[in-house]
Design a protein around this ligand. Structure first.
Ligand code: UD1
Length: 353
């Protein structure tokens, strides 16, 4: 079974790739490499001892996607490609609509032409907006508060319309909570461009001495220690959720599922867990709240268990330990990996070794 993985070279993509290859599936990964490095896919291949096909392509290029679907004999698509920075989406909303919404529309058109009608889409808990109740289940009303979140909502609606118009489609919509951690090999992990927006990569860069201290955005929330609480989920667990979704899309329909642990951890709890596993101290200061942040958000993962037979397995300690191993082994992310010369778009990574 050949799976097309869009955004395959990214943080989530590289871990999903490992899960697919380890499960014996074949993968053609595409990526426009705007926020990723194809060294990640070289490393995926060494982890799995199997090769995959890489094509440097953009999901907005319908013709290129159609040719890949047709030529590679793809039977299902996992669609992760997209822009994801909340603040940036406020500054350049059209770029987000074009990449995320238009990109998905072109991908779906190409799939329709190639008669590939199984799709797993990476959505986000950000579609819920500020929680009205906790834990957040899939029936929670939607109310994203920024352009990035709205692109995810619009795409979800588009996918439901696709199914309404043609009930052959099998669509899985996965709403991620806060993915963190790295593969236990320390070979693939998160490699943020510039100053990290998210907590774990920032904490890891402080621990290794690349940044002086962490700013905690708000210490006066209505939580036990005053700092924000989130549902951090190990990226390897998140990746296995994609495999479960693929396996459970046995009938036409649209399945919308939270991927979270159901446990909330505060920013201070994360700092303490990271200090314990790394043996380093994480200096911090408590600053103003970040605009758009909520006090507490965590998932109700019940439906994921019922619908996909999936649950997260890894603890906060493991998330921090694996994130730290990745950071220690790759202080500059993938930037120290020798760059491969791409010789034509149709060659597999393995064939260039
Ligand atoms: C953010 C995005 C969300 C996205 C998710 C992906 C915002 C407002 N939301 O969620 O749309 O789906 O990432 O993982 O950007 N924190 C600090 N200092 C830091 C960084 C973070 O105190 O330097 C705190 C935040 O205030 C928050 C917690 O750590 O309480 C988690 O922050 P973050 O990792 O950015 O995730 P979210 O805000 O939940």
């Amino acid at each position: 079974m050949m799976i097309l993985l869009t955004g395959g070279a990214g943080y989530i993509g590289s871990h999903v790739c490992v899960a697919l290859l380890d499960a014996g599936l074949d993968v053609v990964a595409i990526d426009n490499l705007s926020n990723s490095n194809k060294a990640s896919l070289e490393r995926v291949q060494s982890i799995c001892g199997r090769s995959l096909v890489f094509r440097h392509a953009d999901v907005r290029d319908e013709e290129a996607i159609y040719e890949i679907l047709r030529d590679c004999g793809v039977t299902a698509v996992i669609h992760l490609a997209g822009l994801k920075a909340v603040g940036d989406s406020n500054v350049r909303p059209m770029t987000y609509y074009e990449n995320n919404v238009l990109g998905t529309m072109r991908l779906v058109s190409a799939m329709k032409r190639a008669n590939v009608k199984t799709l797993v889409f990476s959505s986000s808990a950000t579609v819920y907006g500020p929680p009205r109740y906790l834990p957040v289940d899939e029936k929670h009303p939607l109310g994203p508060t920024n352009p990035y979140g709205r692109t995810k909502c619009f795409i979800e609606e588009i996918l439901r319309d696709i199914y309404r118009s043609d009930d052959d489609w099998r669509i899985g919509i996965l709403r991620y909570f806060n993915p963190v951690g790295a593969h236990e090999s320390g070979l693939v992990g998160e490699d943020p461009l510039g100053v990290p927006n998210n907590l774990l990569p920032f904490v890891a860069q402080v621990a290794i001495g690349q940044r002086d201290k962490l700013s905690i955005w708000g210490g006066d929330y209505d939580t036990p220690d005053g700092t924000g609480i989130r549902d951090f989920i190990h990226v390897v667990d998140l990746a296995s959720g994609h495999l479960s979704a693929l396996r459970h899309l046995t009938r036409p329909g649209v399945l919308t599922v939270n991927l979270g642990t159901g446990n909330g951890s505060s920013v201070l709890e994360v700092i303490r867990a990271f200090e314990a596993v790394s043996g380093r101290s994480i200096p911090y200061e408590i600053g103003e709240r970040r605009a758009g942040d909520v006090a507490i958000c965590y998932a109700d993962p019940t439906f994921a268990r019922e619908a996909l037979g999936w649950r997260s397995a890894r603890s906060l300690q493991q998330m921090c330990a694996d994130h730290w191993r990745w950071q220690l082994k790759n202080p500059n992310g993938y930037r120290d990996t020798p760059v491969l010369k791409v010789q034509g778009r149709s060659r597999s990574l393995a064939s260039r070794r």
